[in-house]
Design a protein around this ligand. Structure first.
Ligand code: PHE
Length: 463
């Protein structure tokens, strides 16, 4: 007899798990930076419009595909149309590429959390601290292993006792921590050379649209930045939402859940801006805002926390545990996309599939760590950045494979299985699909074009 597929126990469990996947490092280390760089409020408005249209379309499509086919990414697409089975293979390959390097970054977060909680925050203010850590292969490999094992244990627990439970615990704590840090960040001020900078001024940089010197080129950059960020932030095109959608019970209201996931992800991204921009602005001035990614998280922020004095150690500790939670729930979703695919396609037990994926992530994770050591190289990527193994893996998955998967999904749904299939899936049990007309136009015409532009930009076609 076929084993019954696990389902999330409640709609809230599903929303928290999917939001746990969506809320990750992208929200924390990339969104605030892009908002500050691209004219504050202008970026926010464009981002919001895209969330409600493009993001909504892609998220709905993937979750509905999962629930409709009741299977994981590797087998879901072929159920819809045999000619598109390759999307499933790619959608399983992408999380296999992402998992190893996500664990390496998770390991960095662990290291910083431990450094802060043990009262050594001061040592992290030295720029060499981060460099020394990542170039010492043994330390970063150890941290990677610990992070990977935490994720593997959650996955082994299964959909309810593992993923759903972890999300129900970690996500509310994350929200509370983000709120505490945000409130603190807005209330601080600092005087230097007779000038006082306040958190409220920093908030203006985030929210007030800066239209000075706005050109069509600048507007286009803002649009592309917002779209790329949104795409990554909603965890689309990497099999995750298909896998999670396959665990949603037929009687839950899909439309409502999708709205909640979007509100959660966007809300935390904006709050991350409130948390980071005023604090960095107050202590480092406008120049501090030019950092993003690991530079912001592991070099600039420790200096900001140090400037806060004793409170800084507490705020820094809370910040790194919050980021660690965000990373764990995201990494768990990446791992689940692979594990559920292995279970469904090869009829493996969860335990065995988890073991295999842990082995793969460990092997490539070690290679990523060695990328800052014996395997060091400086590779110029087609999008203009220079990087090591981690950046190469990130480029291939995020800049090439993910847009390709998303474009192919739009073509599959728009022209082969028909958008009506997805609409019907959402409208099951009288759920209302309010943005239905928009959805059909979006999936057929606009989303594939936007995604095509995004893919071309990966090769710096538009400079
Ligand atoms: N959506 C996550 C974020 O915004 C990113 C993510 C990437 C999640 C890869 C899972 C896998 O950070």
């Amino acid at each position: 007899m076929k084993k019954k597929r696990s389902t999330f126990k409640g709609t809230l469990g599903f929303v928290l798990a999917a939001a746990g996947s969506a809320v990750g490092l992208g929200n924390i280390w990339r969104f605030p930076y892009l908002a500050a760089k691209d004219g504050g409020g202008l970026f926010l408005v464009i981002y919001l419009i895209l969330v409600l249209t493009f993001g909504y379309t892609m998220l709905t499509t993937e979750i509905a595909i999962g629930r409709l086919t009741k299977t994981s990414p590797l087998t879901a697409y072929e159920k819809l149309d045999k000619r598109f089975s390759w999307i499933g293979k790619l959608a399983c390959l992408v999380p296999m590429i992402i998992m190893p390097y996500y664990c390496v970054i998770g390991g960095w977060l662990l290291k910083y959390f431990i450094t802060f909680i043990s009262g050594d925050a001061q040592t992290a203010t030295d720029d060499a601290f981060f460099g020394n850590f990542i170039t010492s292969a043994s330390d970063s490999i150890m941290a990677t292993i610990v992070f990977l094992l935490i994720c593997a244990v959650i996955i082994l627990g299964g959909v309810n006792r593992g993923i759903e439970r972890a999300s129900r615990i970690l996500m509310p704590i994350l929200v509370v921590l983000v709120l505490i840090i945000s409130i603190y960040s807005v209330t601080i001020s600092y005087s230097e050379g007779g000038v006082t900078r306040t958190g409220l001024e920093g908030l203006k940089i985030l929210f007030i649209p800066n239209l000075k010197g706005l050109t069509i080129g600048k507007f286009a950059t803002t649009l592309l930045d917002a779209m790329g960020q949104l795409f990554f932030s909603l965890s689309i095109a990497m099999g995750i939402m298909v896998a999670y959608g396959s665990y949603v019970s037929d009687d839950s209201d899909l439309g409502k859940s999708i709205n909640h996931i979007e509100i959660f992800d966007t809300g935390i991204a904006v709050l991350a801006g409130v948390m980071i921009i005023p604090a960095v602005y107050v202590y480092m001035g406008q120049e501090g805002l030019s950092a993003s990614g690991p530079g912001l998280m592991f070099k600039v922020l420790p200096k900001v926390f140090a400037q806060m004095g004793t409170v800084g150690t507490i705020i820094g500790t809370l910040f790194f545990i919050m980021a660690l939670f965000a990373a764990i729930t995201s990494a768990v979703s990446v791992m689940e996309a692979v594990v559920s695919s292995f279970c469904d396609a090869f009829h493996l037990k969860r335990k065995h599939a988890t073991l295999i994926e842990t082995g793969i992530a460990l092997f490539f994770g070690i290679i990523v760590c060695l990328g800052y050591n014996v395997l060091y190289f400086e590779l110029k990527l087609p999008n203009g950045s220079v990087g090591q193994v981690l950046d190469l893996m990130d480029y291939i998955s995020n800049y090439i494979f993910m847009p390709v998967i998303a474009i192919a999904t739009c073509i599959l749904v728009g022209y082969f299985v028909s958008p009506k299939t997805i609409v019907d899936e959402v409208e099951k049990n009288d759920s209302t699909f309010r943005r239905r007309g928009m959805y059909i136009v979006m999936i057929r015409y606009i989303a594939p074009v936007l995604l095509g532009i995004l893919l071309l930009q990966s090769f710096s076609v538009f400079g």
